[in-house]
Design a protein around this ligand. Sequence first.
Ligand code: HPA
Length: 271
Amino acid sequence: MLDQIESTTKNIRSRTANFFPTVGIILGTGLGGLVKEIKIEHSIPYHEIPNFPVSTVPGHHGQLIFGDLGGKKVVAMQGRFHFYEGYTMHQITFPIRVMKALGVTTLCVSNASGGMNPNFEVGELMILNDHINFFPDNPLIGRNEDALGPRFVDMGETYKKEYIALAKVIALENKIKISEGVYVGLTGPCFETPAEYRFLARMGADAVGMSTVPEVIVAKHAGMDVFGISIITDLGIEGRTQTITHEEVQRVAHLKEPLMSLIVKELVKRI
Ligand code: HPA
């Protein structure tokens, strides 16, 4: 893996001249619009990057974007990789390893999720204050590369408290309703059955989705600070659950995109 990271980083460096990003962003559902706020200096399609997986989801552009956001040098993934697409945990998280090698110290991630906390409403934003890895896998399984991080990783403050407090201030200043909660990540691609929602809620999760956890685990292994934010696109709450489709998830996420983008842009500026 070290050789792959090195050759990919070398390739990217040769194409991005003296650009040294410190913040990495995964433009998941709800953050697509943030691209418009980035003063783009370079963009490289995934298929031109050695060792990078190629996105299979229609509508996911699949490129790495390098530019300025709120005065910070950022590298943003436009298009992420999901476990349900058939990628391995190592493939999904390879871009995070490359970000680290490029100099990134902070990772911002976004996603769409199903709300299970009875106080939640559709369209609400939730800051991740913790997660539960409910994937049947972990990207750190296998021989540990000590050069990349420790064998056993402390996950006591996976989502940096300082960023959570800052995001709440930004939301308040802009009159955006925001909650915080625990995100449980699982494989999908089915949405959950009513019994599964019930089970996940009782387990201690506030929202459920099919991404984020693998990337965040690797970011922590690499010693990065992490901020995560989710749009509640539907509810898995008894009596309030409606039929969910991918289109509906996208529709709700799109509506709230400007709010999520504002919070992340402002956060990146202030950290
Ligand atoms: N479950 C899993 N993933 C999701 C959901 C959900 O209800 N909504 C958006 N992504």
